[in-house]
Design a protein around this ligand. Structure first.
Ligand SMILES: NC(=O)c1ccc[n+]([C@@H]2O[C@H](COP(=O)([O-])OP(=O)(O)OC[C@H]3O[C@@H](n4cnc5c(N)ncnc54)[C@H](O)[C@@H]3O)[C@@H](O)[C@H]2O)c1
Length: 366
């Protein structure tokens, strides 16, 4: 199969859909991979590495879309790319269709086969192509939080781990899922006192059994959250209720009870945020202050660490890319039910019920 990897042209997106190692695996199986010039540059992969792995470099995005039977990328196509997508072409990427009717209609009109990373789903309901990005964001939340706790950036001026003779900071983590657990791992590793809250007892048991002693699990309730915000230095929001907006667990009135310079990192910002005072920010201008509390709420945190994020993402997408290339999308989806869940728009039809419902459009089963 001819596989094309274009450069990501969405603002501030530095990841790339395939690493040289992915190219190596595909060319070994006699597939041809076309990489747009400099597509991997911002993720730390120069064109030479792709060439060594067997790829052909093309100069323009038009050439890549024109030659490829399957496009592998990271973010949803933006308007400029709509016209480049061809009938019958497989496009394997994050789409997040439910948040854009314009994109949905454009992909229906293109008659392409759109397989969305975010809806590829395992038997147990987990979303394997979203997990690595939550892992990145969870770990990064502590790194960012530690930075914004510094005084020159308006934080409390406390070192997360303290020093001998000086107590460490207190970190409160809401949600013990992927983000929360990774955040707890980082914060505890730095020596902070960590409290992690969830409503899922299974998640709390897992934390209690696997985390070091400086991580305390506790049931999530308004009472417990109000108790902890008073003396927490860093608060991480990592809750998720699938398919719904995040619950507002920290209300505006709670900010008054916090100490000046407390830092709140709302990782759940992409689901509306779990703090009432959250509004989305960017890597250019990541924080704002309300009632002396520093808010960090960047919606695409993994974008700041493209090397790690690209590797994490492509580790989990490559096995599916190989199946699609080896068998073609129809057979690959027939044989692999997880991948079949990724089918969103096929040859001009919406085949994912929730997306059709979101815009009151026609749904057709594949
Ligand atoms: N900002 C970013 O760049 C970025 C990157 C990756 C993920 N995210 C977002 O981070 C959020 C968390 O993702 P995840 O993969 O960890 O989800 P997850 O499903 O693994 O974990 C969410 C946890 O929240 C818990 N929860 C639900 N209601 C709660 C409550 N009232 N109190 C405490 N806990 C509660 C759930 O029981 C679950 O354990 C999602 O909104 C996701 O989209 C953001």
């Amino acid at each position: 199969m001819k596989i094309g990897v274009p450069i990501e042209i969405k603002n501030n997106e530095n990841r790339v859909g395939m690493t040289p190692s992915g190219v190596f695996e595909l060319t070994k199986r006699n597939h041809t991979v076309f990489i747009q010039k400099d597509a991997g540059y911002n993720s730390g992969f120069p064109d030479e590495d792709y060439i060594d792995a067997g790829a052909t470099i093309l100069n323009t995005i038009e050439e890549v879309y024109d030659v490829a039977e399957m496009i592998v990328k990271v973010k949803e196509p933006i308007e400029k790319e709509y016209a480049l997508i061809k009938e019958g072409q497989v496009v394997f990427t994050y789409f997040h269709f439910a948040s854009s009717e314009v994109l949905t209609k454009a992909m229906v009109d293109s008659k392409a086969v759109c397989i969305a990373y975010e809806t590829v789903e395992d038997k147990d309901g987990s979303l394997p192509l979203l997990i690595p990005m939550s892992e990145v964001a969870g770990r990064m939340s502590i790194q960012q939080g530690a930075k914004y706790l510094e005084k020159p950036i308006m934080g409390r001026g406390i070192l997360l781990g303290g020093i001998p003779g000086v107590p460490p900071a207190k970190v409160l983590i809401l949600g013990a899922g992927i983000v929360g657990v990774q955040a707890a791992r980082m914060a505890s590793g730095l020596g902070a006192n960590v409290f992690i809250l969830d409503i899922n007892m299974k998640a709390l048991r897992h934390v209690s059994e696997t985390m070091p002693n400086n991580v305390i699990s506790e049931f999530s309730s308004e009472y417990n959250i109000r108790k902890h915000v008073k003396d927490s230095d860093l608060i991480i929001g990592g809750v998720l209720i699938k398919g719904a907006k995040a619950p507002k667990l920290i209300t505006k009135d709670m900010l008054k009870d916090m100490r000046p310079g407390t830092v709140m990192v709302d990782v759940a910002v992409d689901q509306g945020g779990c703090f009432e005072t959250t509004k989305p920010t960017t890597h250019q201008d990541p924080t704002y202050i309300i009632d002396d509390v520093v808010h960090y709420s960047v919606a695409n945190m993994p974008g700041a660490v493209p090397y790690t994020s690209t590797m994490g993402l492509t580790n989990v997408t490559l096995p599916y890319v190989i199946k699609l290339a080896d068998m073609g999308w129809e057979k690959a989806c027939e044989k692999n039910k997880s991948l079949a869940k990724g089918l969103n728009v096929v040859n001009g039809k919406i085949v994912y019920k929730e997306i059709a419902e979101a815009f009151d459009l026609e749904f057709e089963k594949v």
